[in-house]
Design a protein around this ligand. Structure first.
Ligand code: NAD
Length: 251
């Protein structure tokens, strides 16, 4: 079954990790994928892999914190595929668990700018196309750190809680106009963002104590994003779906 047949999907952070896994999976499910990332070469490598597999993909550089860059990337996507049916706001940065006493204001603001304002910029540029079509699905990648304290530092945890609120407000404002908005709260996922501690013995021991008993893989998140982006999730609005091996609810 091709659950996204013919849909145009715009995915940020798609050169790596969770974004890359979504790009590959969405393409296998029939989507035409715009692979967007600050790392333009990495984005093109992912798009090229999709095309090698027989899928349809183009790539673009994007800095989600820069409105001009966002406008250029969205114009490129609409030019390529005529519209944007699904948006996956995946690009983000980690703050390496820095607590308030060690975080200066510029670092704090940088984390908020990438993880929250970047999502605002991209969504604001995509939304008019979805409203014009009267339909669309948006999936925002939050974090378990968006649901509890202790999953990040002061900047990351604040920004990811904000992503949960951003998601609910968007859903409240645009659901009746055909745009479904949801979020995913991943647990610890095996990507370059967390490679510095995901394999550490204490982390592995902690993961073993959780219901799933293992480190998450980018494909675990991509599968959930595919579901939320597809028509199978038509009655699902405004949720933040934990995909974390049971971590956040069994701490
Ligand atoms: N890996 C985890 O354990 C985990 C857990 C919870 C949430 N998340 C979230 O998942 C999302 C994806 O993270 P990942 O683990 O795949 O990390 P990753 O480092 O593999 O990928 C992040 C991508 O975002 C891109 N990016 C960063 N800043 C950007 C910007 N300003 N403009 C455009 N692209 C930018 C990077 O170039 C990179 O390709 C992030 O929002 C992250 O906070 C990850």
């Amino acid at each position: 079954m091709n659950r996204l047949e013919g849909r145009a999907a715009f995915i940020t952070g798609a050169a790596s990790g969770i974004g890359r896994a979504q790009a590959l999976l969405f393409a296998r499910e029939g989507a035409r994928v715009v692979v967007a990332d600050l790392d333009a070469d990495g984005a093109e490598r992912v798009a090229a892999q999709i095309r090698t597999e027989g899928g349809d993909a183009v790539s673009t550089g994007i800095d989600i914190t820069d409105e001009e860059s966002v406008a250029t990337a969205i114009a490129f996507a609409v030019d390529a595929y005529g519209t944007i049916d699904t948006l996956s706001n995946t690009a983000g940065m980690f703050d390496k668990m820095v607590p308030l006493a060690d975080a200066d204001r510029s670092f704090f603001e940088r984390v908020l700018t990438v993880n929250l304002t970047g999502m605002f910029n991209v969504t604001k540029a995509v939304l008019p196309h979805m409203l014009a079509a009267g339909k669309g699905a948006i999936v925002n990648i939050a974090s378990g750190a968006g649901l509890r304290g202790g999953g990040g530092g002061i900047g990351y945890t604040s920004s990811k809680h904000a992503v949960v609120g951003f998601t609910k407000q968007l859903a409240a404002d645009y659901g009746r106009k055909g745009v479904r908005v949801n979020a995913i709260a991943p647990g610890l996922i095996d990507t370059p963002m967390v490679s510095h501690f995901s394999k550490a013995p204490e982390t592995v021991a902690g993961l073993k104590a959780q219901p799933a008993g293992r480190l998450g893989q980018p494909e675990d998140i991509a599968n959930a994003a595919l579901f939320l982006a597809s028509d199978e999730a038509d009655f699902i609005h405004a949720v933040t779906l934990s995909v974390d091996g049971g971590q956040v609810d069994t701490l």
